[in-house]
Design a protein around this ligand. Structure first.
Ligand code: DQA
Length: 143
């Protein structure tokens, strides 16, 4: 079974960007840990990152009929993007939303995520481990 891993804007800077909030691991480190766990769980992962809302919409559309689940950190677009929500609503599989930081403990504008109204599960504040927890959840839901 196939999982699409999507990371939104500025997550290409992980490791360098506000490490006190987002940690010292790079996106490549996280993608490698996700790939290693996926292999253990018998899942295939296609990983992408984009700083562009429309590119993320295209990637979500491309997952239709190809992936059984999307594991997504929409980053700042969580709080603004109806377009990403609409694209996820057109996706027939599972959606798990991940945030590295606890968005509820931060500024008020981060407390609401459009994506959460579509997500089958939401993980926030578990650091980069959230991606692994999300993948485990996908594996158990996909059986
Ligand atoms: C984030 C939280 C968002 O509010 C922020 O815009 C990000 C990263 C997180 O992983 O904690 O870029 O999604």
């Amino acid at each position: 079974k196939r999982v699409t891993l999507l990371n939104g804007p500025n997550l290409n800077l992980l490791g360098k960007r506000q490490p006190e909030i987002y940690g010292y691991e790079t996106l490549a480190d996280i993608e490698a840990r996700v790939a290693a766990l996926a292999a253990e769980l018998g899942l295939e992962v296609a990983a992408h990152q984009s700083n562009h809302e429309g590119v993320l919409v295209d990637l979500i559309q491309a997952a239709r009929g190809q992936s059984q689940a999307i594991l997504i950190n929409p980053a700042a677009y969580s709080h603004t993007s109806v377009a990403i929500l609409d694209a996820l609503n057109a996706f027939e599989g599972l959606v798990i939303e991940v945030h590295i930081s606890n968005i509820h403990k931060r500024e008020a504008f981060r407390h609401h995520s459009y994506v959460s109204s579509r997500a089958d599960g939401v993980i926030a504040g578990c650091g980069s481990e959230g991606y692994l927890l999300g993948l485990r959840r996908i594996a158990s839901l996909l059986g």
